[in-house]
Design a protein around this ligand. Structure first.
Ligand code: FAD
Length: 503
């Protein structure tokens, strides 16, 4: 069969967490009622990881692909809006910075904003980066609105969402089932391979049922039932760079209007997230078990909640890294079955989305063209690796030396690709976005500067404007940014007006 041409007739998605239902909803929507039959197998007994509640702006494209009305989506998932991430105590105890979405500054023609800012900063004539970001300015005052047309900082508002993971899966399930996806409850106990070529032929369920397909999408979570367990795809372990291997999570009560950003607070052996939703706050302490005990991490988490805990704390175990190939034979892994990085920059859901988009771009026939598979694997590996470097940057470029954990991270050798970026930044303050990589210049600049990296010089393009003009340009950007943020409504008012969840 694998040598024959012909359209895929059946797709089986194994797993009904965020990855499974995102894949089901998107494939059904794009491939349409005359496309392949799609079955999703999930086991209530096993359940889902149930975390994963902060996102990044490309999710807007996923919603658009599915024809989702954003207000309906926010309402249905108890969601809030996110303008970036506040990092507390990462550079040094008592210091904080904001990684905003959107861009710094407004259009300056050929002169990159960061070149101008760096030059004036060196001369003591520039404020902190946050002064020039509409997202940072709005976050600082708890404001939110969607981008507005025109030559104004309001046109550069970048945003994403916080949402309840369980409600999100339910929301997507509704859409997927309405589009024809068939859900099959059951626990997969065996994976049957074809003798001829080792392709997956079927999965067998505990109740004796059997689900056959041409294409299998492994969304089985950390277990990686098909790609890892059955097809033996190797695992590239990144724990030498990203030693956190556990998280303890707990929801807490809402005590104040939800801020329009995620907060990540560095702790003695890891970091704590705070994700504001309409009906609760998501919290978790991500830590390295060889530096702190689970009991101590849990106690630290509980001592640092803003409201009362609403459930018992729950511990999750993981290992940072990715499968060496995410597509093997007729199986593509999406979500945790393909790999996992620290949730620090909220990139896992994005990687699911990106895997789905590429799968659609390289949708196979039953011939399963090896060149498509190679290309898919190459592009996904590159994306994972550049995100890995960005995440490592936060841990490595730190002034903290107060615990063994931080000393270890500050002193560890880092990937060459990241070392090169840091070296370039240290000379000229230059930041760049490699082809197609997820994080923009804004992100790299925010975190390099926020973590305390300094540059000995500045990009020669920063000298393209006469000093007085450069000062005036930056001054104007700062002023219009502050004025624009003042014009925005409070985040909670925006939610109340457009997308308040039913209580
Ligand atoms: P799961 O949710 O584990 O789903 C696996 C599915 O497979 C389940 O339905 C299960 O029942 C099914 N299954 C497994 N074995 C079998 C079997 N034998 N038979 C039948 N069914 C089976 N991502 C973000 O983007 N933002 C975040 O803020 C974020 N925070 C995170 C925090 C932590 C601590 C962790 C661990 C992850 C976080 N993530 C985050 C990642 C995010 O949670 C996951 O990427 C996302 O939930 C996808 O999970 P999944 O669907 O791959 O796996």
């Amino acid at each position: 069969m694998s040598g024959q041409d012909g359209a895929i007739r059946r797709i089986a998605i194994i797993g009904g967490g965020t990855a499974g239902w995102m894949a089901a909803a998107a494939l059904a929507r794009v491939l349409g009622p005359h496309g392949p039959a799609i079955t999703l197998v999930e086991s209530e007994e096993i359940g889902t990881v149930g975390v994963g509640e902060a996102t990044i702006p490309p999710i807007q494209a996923f919603n658009a692909l599915l024809g989702i009305d954003e207000d309906d989506f926010v309402r249905a998932t108890g969601g809030t809006f996110k303008l970036g991430i506040e990092f507390v105590d990462w550079r040094a105890l008592g210091q904080r910075y904001f990684h905003p979405f959107g861009v710094y500054g407004i259009d300056l023609g050929a002169v990159p904003f960061e070149a101008l800012w760096r030059r004036l900063h060196a001369e003591g004539a520039a404020g902190p980066l946050s002064d020039y970001s509409i997202c940072a300015a709005a976050a600082a005052t708890g404001k939110f609105m969607r981008p507005q047309p025109g030559n104004t900082p309001l046109a550069h508002i970048g945003y994403a969402f916080h949402f309840d993971a369980a409600l999100y899966a339910r929301f997507l399930r509704g859409r997927a089932e309405a589009a024809g996806v068939v859900r099959r409850e059951g626990r997969v106990v065996d994976v049957v391979l074809r003798g001829a070529d080792g392709f997956i032929e079927a999965v067998t369920l505990a109740d004796g049922g059997r689900v056959e397909a041409d294409l299998f999408v492994d969304c089985s979570g950390f277990r990686s039932l098909l790609l890892g367990d059955t097809l033996g795809a190797g695992f590239e372990d990144w724990s030498a760079w990203l030693p956190n291997d556990r998280a303890v999570a707990v929801p807490s009560a809402v005590t104040r209007p939800p801020p329009p950003y995620t907060r990540a607070t560095a702790r003695t052996a890891g970091w704590q997230w705070r994700i504001p939703l309409q009906h609760r706050v998501g919290n978790g302490y991500v830590f390295a078990a060889d530096h702190i005990s689970e009991d101590e991490a849990t106690a630290t988490l509980l001592a640092n909640l803003e409201g009362e805990a609403l459930a018992e704390p729950r511990t999750l175990r993981f290992r940072a890294g990715r499968r060496s190939a995410l597509w093997v034979r007729n199986c593509v892994a999406l979500g945790l079955s393909g790999g996992f990085l620290e949730p620090l920059e909220s990139t896992s859901i994005h990687l699911i989305q990106s895997g789905i988009a590429r799968l659609l771009e390289m949708l196979p026939t039953r011939a399963f063209e090896p060149a498509d598979i190679r290309r898919y694997n190459r592009l996904m590996a590159t994306e994972f690796d550049s995100i890995r470097d960005f995440v490592i940057l936060h841990f490595h470029a730190t002034g903290r030396r107060d615990t063994a954990y931080w000393r270890r991270l500050a002193e560890m050798p880092i990937p060459d690709t990241l070392a090169e970026r840091i070296a370039i930044y240290r000379r000229t303050g230059r930041v760049f976005r490699e082809t197609d990589e997820l994080f923009t210049k804004t992100s790299w600049l925010a975190v390099m500067d926020g973590q305390g990296l300094t540059a000995s010089g500045y990009d020669p393009l920063g000298a393209a404007l006469p000093l007085a003009d450069a000062r005036a340009a930056l001054d104007r950007i700062g002023k219009v940014t502050a004025a624009a943020a003042a014009h925005m409504p409070p985040h909670q008012d925006f939610i109340a007006r457009h997308c308040r969840a039913p209580r």
